[in-house]
Design a protein around this ligand. Structure first.
Ligand code: PMP
Length: 379
């Protein structure tokens, strides 16, 4: 079995993550923020420690500004759909966005929010000037996908952060593909809202993620999920302090236990080492693909990227190739539009889509060899 679909969700998870989830469920599964007994304090400590680890990893000076949700989709819905944007506002997104942005944004358009799409090139590279040119007096926010889940291209986040700051705009970033794989720092990159996923590069379980919010945005962004927080229960309003303001309801504590464990693993290995391994695998694959001209690398092979590579086989059905890779050689890839039709339009692969290969820290060069051999045979 060879798993090359880490951009969808990482597998395997960090060693021991499953055990950490089970241990919590079996031995410590009480609620947080609500109980005045020792086990509840232990759960409070787990949540606090995990926030602190995330704050350190994602460049946030204050762990209370790390908010838990189920993932990037839930975080971006909170940001976009909670009433912060209304008629007459203008936002800028990139043409490399995932449906976690484009679907909520369509609903905003229906409510009178105008949207400009800053286009990346056919190689998937987004130039900061392309974003800047759309800024007007109505512009309220810029929302950018840090790294493409289709072709692995990395957006110039720090430069766009400077542009947002210069123009006093809210800057939101989708780090679904980048967190845990390349350095991401909310504060250094001028990010007001950094959505992250626990189950991809952070090597944790599905269903846990969140966002980091800047102090200034936390004062003006309304809460989205209204409910019990275990605090200020005499009031019918949501608390206005963090993290409670955005955390109505019981948190995914087993998910947090797993994520806490996987974050320790990432810190132990080091993001630099994870990145080096993934770059080496990617370079090895791209070199090997030179002997398979039938496979076209979407967005080209030059320049920096994550270990996410999309392939198209002109004149062939990409789904059939993906199916045969799995069926004959046990190699799992992902075919289609990857919930990012706008990115595929940008890259010239819409509506056919591509066959995506995405590596994680645990993939090996031998697996890439097996893939190349199997692909050669198929095409
Ligand atoms: N944005 C991007 C770029 C993604 O790749 C994904 C996952 N496919 C998401 C958002 C959604 O993330 P989550 O599963 O955490 O909701």
């Amino acid at each position: 079995m060879i798993y090359f679909d880490n951009a969808a969700t990482s597998f395997p998870k960090a060693p021991g993550t499953g055990k950490a989830v089970c241990d919590f469920l079996e031995n410590a599964s009480v609620n947080t923020n609500r109980g005045a007994y020792k086990m509840a304090y232990d759960a409070d400590r787990l949540v606090f420690d995990t926030r602190t680890k995330l704050a350190r990893l994602l460049g946030c000076g204050d762990s209370e500004r790390v908010i838990f949700t189920s993932g990037v989709t839930a975080s971006l819905n909170l940001f976009l759909m909670g009433g912060f944007f209304g008629e007459g506002d203008h936002i800028i997104i990139s043409s490399m966005e995932h449906h976690a942005v484009t679907r909520p944004v369509l609903q905003l358009q229906k409510k009178g929010v105008s949207v400009s799409v800053a286009c990346a090139g056919k190689n998937g590279i987004l130039r900061p000037e392309e974003v800047e040119k759309y800024i007007c007096s109505q512009t309220k926010a810029i929302i950018i996908n840090h790294a493409s889940n289709v072709c692995g291209r990395i957006a110039p986040i720090a430069e766009i952060g400077d542009i947002a700051k210069k123009n006093d705009l809210i800057f939101a970033v989708d780090s679904a593909q980048s967190a845990g794989v390349i350095p991401v720092s909310a504060e250094e990159m001028g990010i007001d809202f950094l959505a992250f996923s626990g189950h991809k590069g952070l090597l944790g379980p599905q269903g846990i993620g969140g966002f980091v919010i800047s102090e200034r945005l936390s004062k003006i962004l309304p809460p989205f999920t209204l409910g019990g927080t275990g605090s200020l229960s005499d009031s019918f309003e949501m608390p206005d302090f963090l993290p409670d303001k955005y955390e109505g309801g019981t948190l995914n504590l087993p998910g947090i236990a797993g994520l806490s464990h996987s974050l320790d693993f990432i810190n132990e290995i080091g993001i630099e080492n994870i990145r080096q391994k993934e770059i080496a695998l990617t370079d090895y694959l791209l070199e090997g693909l030179k002997s398979i001209p039938e496979a076209r690398v979407t967005g080209g092979t030059e320049g920096e990227r994550l270990s996410v590579i999309s392939l198209d086989f002109p004149g062939r059905d990409n789904s059939e190739i993906s199916f045969l890779l799995d069926n004959k050689s046990g190699i799992m890839t992902r075919v289609g539009l990857h919930c990012a039709p706008l990115a595929h339009k940008t890259l010239g692969t819409f509506p056919k889509g591509t066959l995506r290969v995405s590596f994680g820290y645990f993939n090996t060069f031998e697996e890439v060899d097996i893939f190349l051999k199997a692909l050669k045979k198929l095409v």
